[in-house]
Ligand binder design. Structure first.
Ligand code: SF4
Length: 640
């Protein structure tokens, strides 16, 4: 195995030849370096995209801080090298290494991939290849690292099933400790790799795909997933923490610009809104909030530890945080005069949101973002984002009159049952908003429309619906490009091919893994990057494997069909999702859960967790069941 000394020497020779050398050096403020030779478990946390993106990933930052608090564990980082650095590594026959101590990834006990989105899959394979670790789980032996993966994309793990030894389904804060404990016990007793996998499979929230076998009907639809060992759970219930642990505050401060140069503080996890297209809204249930005091203290510490001048208060719907007014008051009082920029993303469309942003006095007034997602009231009812056009225009007026010039509006095309009139309405609505702005602030008013394309996601009420075809998406985008133009108007859109790739992968089954592999063999990587993404490689991969891509995207799946991710339980019942889907077809909305509980199923699964979350925070209502499914399975984990 190559040594850190060899890798350091390589870096000396190479860094001046590659773009942004600081991506590859480590050594930043707050990185943690431990004594390699005296630590039992070494974990490489890998974000399979560029450093510039991965450094802003909150999930990885949380695990890095938590793991390094354990005296018997060291956690280091690795990111996907850009093509210039990859070429240098391959030319020198050197493996990918960790930033902290420059050890090859193959020298770690555990490789932990963060997979927040599907278009990172080929990069994950490329990283394993660069590390000299066999790509397929079945080819790894006792001397190879354990390869695990988690993140939102892991809620449908099947397209990556042969490459990953174990997936973490859900939140990683507690389960990662249990994985480390199991790995240490296995290492001490010298058992086989299969024994390690069987032990991991018994941890709540861990899915070991090699312990199951998928069977298909002749028409290609999944017939059943067979558990091949008694240790293999069916279903695999996601892991969550009962109470949000203390927020991380020792963020590593990069030497180069990254996507977000700020301290992120998660104010709440989960969402009660029930937008039918939203994957995060379903998989992160139930809502758990941090207290105002905890958040303010976390900001204070993060600023002291990092020197950042920007703080992001993160959640899926900030205005819904129970004490949002108190929080904004507390933050603006505590940090007044400290030249801080505080962002509060994901605000509801109402003038109250403008009051909140106004109260954060030091925030920059460059742009205000709202996400109506659809431009007609009919369409907003179908997707369960019921906001009236009048309310949107009122909010726009409040925004322009309070000092913001550019209103960014996010929409999606391709929602179920969308007509060409619904698409045209996006243009009309943007023009109506701009007209309101012009009345108030004249020609300074601007509207930027970001129009992405709806992708049906697993575990959502829209998981059964077809996605628009390339031709449909192109026609809708052309309409918008023709009509949404003029002074003060700007339109941004995603390429239809990018949409297709994400759509194939997000609802793929195990057979899709061969497509991912063939695409990577053909040269696919950095699929999330416009200038690197090669649609033709994916089309060739489908042909080589003999699969029809339309099977995954353009087929209306019957409600009774067994879906490739049905063995992964988010706690929300499939029947609830189906019922919500049928409501959407009738244009019937559901209220915010805070007004009324619809018994989505999350509480019977996690009833015991309520007891941990005491204090003045919002919670789902009590359920009659004294014990949830998770409590029965894992009483110690719940009650500790
Ligand atoms: S249990 Fe009720 S309140 Fe909680 S997320 Fe589900 S529907 Fe909403």
């Amino acid at each position: 195995m190559h040594t850190p000394v060899e890798i350091e020497a390589f870096l000396e020779r190479t860094l001046l030849k590659v773009q942004k050398p600081a991506r590859y050096t480590g050594g930043e403020i707050n990185q943690v370096v431990k004594d390699w030779d005296h630590i039992a478990t070494k974990i490489a946390l890998v974000f399979p995209d560029l450093y510039d993106l991965g450094m802003s990933n909150l999930g990885l930052a949380i695990l890095y801080e938590l793991l390094n608090q354990r005296p018997d564990v060291l956690a280091e980082r690795a990111y996907a090298p850009w093509s210039d650095m990859e070429a240098e590594l391959r030319h020198a026959s050197l493996p990918l290494y960790s930033l902290e101590t420059k050890h090859p990834l193959a020298a770690f006990d555990i490789i932990g991939f963060t997979l927040p989105y599907e278009t990172l899959y080929t990069n994950a394979l490329n990283i394993l290849d660069l590390a000299g670790i066999p790509l397929f789980s079945a080819q790894r032996n006792e001397g190879h690292p354990l390869v695990i993966a988690g993140g939102h994309a892991a809620y449908n793990p099947e397209p990556m099933y042969p490459f990953i030894d174990a997936f973490v389904i859900g939140e990683g804060e507690e389960v990662i400790d249990e994985i480390v404990d199991v790995q240490q016990a296995w290492k001490r007793c010298g058992a086989s790799r299969q024994d390690l996998l069987l032990s991991l499979a018994q941890i709540w929230g861990v899915y070991v795909p090699s312990l199951y076998e998928a069977h298909y009907h002749p028409d290609g639809v999944l017939s059943h997933l067979e558990a091949r060992f008694p240790e293999a759970q069916l279903p695999v219930l996601k892991r969550i923490v009962g109470k949000l642990p203390p927020a991380p505050t020792h963020f590593i401060v990069p030497y180069i610009d990254t996507v977000h140069n700020r301290a992120p503080v998660e104010i709440t996890r989960g969402c009660t809104r029930g937008c039918r297209f939203c994957h995060a809204g379903i998989v992160s249930r139930p809502v758990r909030e941090r207290s105002v005091a905890e958040i303010v203290e976390a900001i204070e510490q993060a600023l002291a530890n990092t020197g950042y001048e920007e703080v992001g208060l993160l959640s899926l719907s900030s205005s819904d945080y129970t004490d949002i007014v108190k929080l904004v008051e507390a933050v603006s009082q505590r940090f007044v005069g400290r030249h801080l920029s505080i962002s509060l993303p994901s605000l509801r469309i109402e003038s109250f949101s403008v009051d909140l942003m106004d109260a954060l006095k030091d925030s920059r007034r460059s742009g205000f973002t709202l996400a109506p997602e659809a431009a007609t009231e009919r369409m907003r009812e179908i997707i369960n984002k019921p906001v009236s056009t009048g309310q949107l225009l009122d909010t726009a007026r409040a925004i322009y009159s309070r000092g913001w010039h550019n209103l960014k509006l996010y929409f999606m095309i391709g929602h179920p049952s969308e007509t060409i009139e619904d698409v045209q309405a996006i243009s009309d609505l943007c023009k109506a908003v701009l007209a309101e702005g012009r009345k108030l602030i004249g020609r300074r008013a601007q509207v930027t429309a970001g129009v992405s394309t709806f992708i049906p996601k697993p575990h959502t009420p829209f998981q059964w619906v077809p996605c628009d075809t390339l031709e449909q998406i192109t026609a809708k985008q052309e309409l918008l490009k023709r009509s949404l133009r003029g002074p003060g108007l700007k339109l941004n859109w995603n390429s239809p091919e990018d949409t297709m790739l994400e759509a194939w992968l997000s609802r793929g089954d195990r057979r899709m893994a061969e497509v991912v592999y063939q695409a990577w063999l053909g040269g696919a990587k950095f699929d999330a990057w416009k200038d690197r993404f090669r649609f033709d490689l994916w089309q060739q991969a489908f042909t080589a494997v003999g699969l029809d891509p339309a099977f995954y995207t353009h087929r209306l799946r019957p409600l009774e069909e067994l879906l490739p991710w049905d063995h992964i339980s988010t706690g929300v019942r499939k029947k609830y999702l189906a019922d919500d889907y049928l409501r959407s077809q009738q244009g019937v909305t559901r209220d915010d859960c805070r007004e009324r509980c619809y018994a989505c199923g999350i509480l019977p699964s996690f009833a015991g967790l309520r007891r941990l979350n005491t204090g003045d925070v919002w919670q789902c209502p009590e359920v009659k069941s004294p014990q949830g499914m998770a409590d029965r399975l894992h009483p110690l984990a719940i009650n500790k």
